[in-house]
Design a protein around this ligand. Structure first.
Ligand SMILES: *Cc1c(COP(=O)(O)O)cnc(C)c1O
Length: 247
């Protein structure tokens, strides 16, 4: 991997333009507005300065997998931002897309505008409690596992239903939608079917909930399957490899 330089800045600008164009093309093919899908740059592969260069190229939304790496990159961005002149200072949001351990909630929540990976009732209770103590409601997605992969994280549909049935007891949460991954072995067709399944669960739960909760966001799709995810209704594509390609 190259160290950050003018060369990597140029490469990341090219990658950003290519990926945004591909996402726009998938939207067009699906008959959707390009603004209806946001790109979350999965930053787990790179050091903070390379992520910063992607932000300078125009990326405004980053997703980190591990809380410790989130803290490090958010700290780096704050320092980098302080040192750069006003008009060249990219404003970015951070999401967490990997598992959040309960002892890392306190420190992570203030840095996040969305937690994609709410994967258990126990975590939901702890996040709700911590958010209330901070006098805020934490926007979250419920991570749904519709695949048979033993390695995949997330809740079963039954677990999500149980959580939604008890949502009044979780006043610190603002549930915004669902997050899902396709199974490891999935080809494009299989991925599309799995994403359609996630959307079908969302539609079913949304009609049961009425206007009480808006499950508007679907976080689905990565470098290899975002086209299928967008066709199935994704609003947040989490893209890593394609954005860092060539480094
Ligand atoms: C790494 C990662 C991504 C991005 O995957 P790519 O295939 O590199 O685009 C998306 N979501 C999660 C949860 C990840 O860990």
């Amino acid at each position: 991997m190259h160290t950050p330089s003018e060369f990597t800045a140029g490469l990341l600008r090219d990658n950003w333009l290519r990926v945004t164009a591909q996402v726009a093309q998938s939207c067009q093919a699906a008959g959707r507005e390009p603004q209806s899908v946001r790109i979350v740059a999965a930053s787990k592969y790179v050091e903070a300065e390379l992520a910063w260069q992607l932000a300078e190229a125009g990326c405004q939304l980053f997703g980190e997998n591990r809380p410790q790496a989130l803290w490090d990159k958010v700290g780096y961005f704050a320092e980098r931002s302080r040192l750069s002149s006003g008009d060249k200072r990219p404003a970015v949001e951070w999401h967490l897309i990997g598992h959040l351990q309960r002892n890392k909630i306190q420190r992570s929540l203030p840095m996040l505008t969305l937690l994609h990976s709410l994967d258990s009732y126990r975590l939901a209770q702890a996040v709700s409690q911590a958010a209330l103590a901070m006098e805020r409601r934490m926007p979250v997605l419920l991570e749904l596992n519709v695949t048979a992969d033993a390695t995949k994280t997330g809740m079963s549909p039954a677990q999500v239903e149980e959580l939604l049935a008890n949502i009044d007891g979780l006043p610190g949460l603002e549930v915004r939608g669902l997050m899902a991954m396709s199974s490891l072995e999935a080809d494009a067709l299989r991925a599309r079917q799995e994403f359609e399944q996630v959307r079908a669960w969302r539609d079913q739960w949304q009609s049961a909930l009425g206007t009480k909760i808006q499950l508007d966001e679907l976080s689905m799709g990565m470098s290899g399957d975002f086209d299928a995810a967008i066709a199935a209704g994704s609003t947040l594509v989490r893209i890593g490899s394609s954005l860092w390609q060539g480094l």
